[in-house]
Every structure is written in structure tokens, then in C-alpha cells.
Ligand binder design. Structure first.
Ligand code: ADP
Length: 197
């Protein structure tokens, strides 16, 4: 079986995961799986799941693990022939990371690399507030919600770096600089990792 390229694109809210994902999927012909985008789709469609998620998202809290794990499982099965995936905004907890490893192992594949974008908190706040003005995203418009999201990230999500470091899959990338320079650094890390596994 052809080896798949499965990338976890990791970093705090506002680190640039969406921007870089769009460029990476085009270059490597991957499927982009963003749990944030899927949840916003559910909210826009007015589903029960969307309604429940909105209550949590607008407080800056995470949605339950079972909900996002189920969404990812569906997407994996609907794209079984893909060359690989970029996971953006998922996993966000150790339970999600364990579930993802199991879902992929059951399908004969695994994570190739975790690319972790690092950006300082002050820069994140500036970027998110300016994104909020452009997009109208409610969770990007209120500094208290943003602070909560950064707190959730530091408490529940940042520990995932250790999870992937232990598997020798973590690559830390500076997320401050020009979009193209960051993209080139990400691509070199991908290419080094895909020959290494
Ligand atoms: P950002 O890129 O700014 O971090 P996302 O679009 O990825 O934002 O996610 C927006 C919100 O959706 C999160 O603050 C969280 O409430 C919820 N969410 C997205 N992905 C997950 C996940 N994997 N687990 C739990 N909650 C999630």
C-alpha cells in the first residue's frame, strides 16, 4: 500500500494554521480536516450539534472529545482514498491524540509528523482581534474569550507536544515572520520527515 502523508498542524489559536494548511494541501495534494471549520459548518446549518457547540465556543471552551473524534472518524472514512490528511485544530487533548492514533492504526496508517507553530501571546491577541473584525467570528471579537482560548490551549492542548515528542514526531516552527518563509520551513520539515519514516 502507498504510504500516506498525515500531518498534524499544531499551534495556539491565531498561529496561522488555516493559512498554512491551505498552502500545504495544494502542494502535497492532501485533504484538510479542520474541526473548527466543521463545527462552524454545523453552527451555520443550525444542527443540534452546532447549537451545543456554539455555547461552548462562545465561552472559549473546548467541545467534548467524543463529538470531535466522531466527526474526524466520518471524514477519514469519506476520504479513504486520499493521499493523506492535514489535521488542523485536532487533536486538542491527549484523549483526542490517542483516539486519532487508534483510528489511523485501524486503517493501516499513522501520523507522519506534527508541525508546531509557535507565536507569542501578545501577537496572537493582535491577530485574532484583527481576524474578528474581518470575518465577524464571534469568538475572535472579545478579548476575554480569546484569553480563555489561549488558557485552554496552554492547559489542555500544549501538553500534546510531549505526546508527539515521545514518538519523535514533533517539529517546532517559528510562526512569526512572512507567510512564505514559514511555509518554506514547514515544507522542509515535511520532506525531512517523510523520508525519515
Ligand atoms: P483556532 O484556529 O482559532 O484555534 P478553531 O477554528 O480551530 O480556532 O476552533 C474554534 C473553536 O472550536 C475552539 O475554540 C473550540 O471551542 C472548538 N474546537 C475546534 N476544534 C476542537 C477540538 N479538536 N476539540 C475541542 N474543541 C474544538
Amino acid at each position: 500500500m502507498e504510504k500516506k502523508l498525515n500531518i498534524v498542524l499544531f499551534g495556539p489559536p491565531g498561529a496561522g494554521k488555516g493559512t498554512q494548511s491551505a498552502m500545504l494541501i495544494e502542494k502535497y495534494k492532501l485533504i484538510h480536516l479542520s474541526t473548527g471549520d466543521i463545527l462552524r459548518g454545523e453552527i451555520a446549518a443550525g444542527t443540534t450539534l452546532g447549537l451545543e457547540a456554539k455555547g461552548l465556543i462562545d465561552k472559549g471552551l473546548l467541545v467534548p472529545d467524543t463529538v470531535v473524534i466522531g466527526m474526524i472518524e466520518n471524514k477519514l472514512d469519506n476520504n479513504a482514498d486520499a493521499k493523506g490528511f492535514i489535521f488542523d485544530g485536532f487533536p486538542r487533548t491527549v484523549a483526542q491524540a490517542r483516539a486519532l492514533d487508534k483510528l489511523l492504526a485501524d486503517r493501516g496508517t499513522g501520523i507522519t509528523v506534527m508541525l508546531a507553530l509557535e507565536v507569542d501571546d501578545e501577537e496572537l491577541m493582535t491577530r485574532l482581534l484583527s481576524r474578528g473584525k474581518m470575518s465577524g467570528r464571534s469568538d475572535d471579537q472579545d478579548p476575554t474569550i480569546i484569553e480563555n482560548r489561549i488558557k485552554e490551549y496552554n492547559n489542555k492542548t500544549a501538553p500534546l507536544k510531549d505526546y508527539y515528542r515521545e514518538q519523535n514526531k514533533l517539529r517546532v516552527i517559528n510562526g512569526v515572520g512572512s507567510i512564505d518563509d514559514i511555509f518554506n520551513t514547514l515544507c522542509s520539515a515535511v520532506e525531512r520527515s517523510s523520508v525519515a519514516v
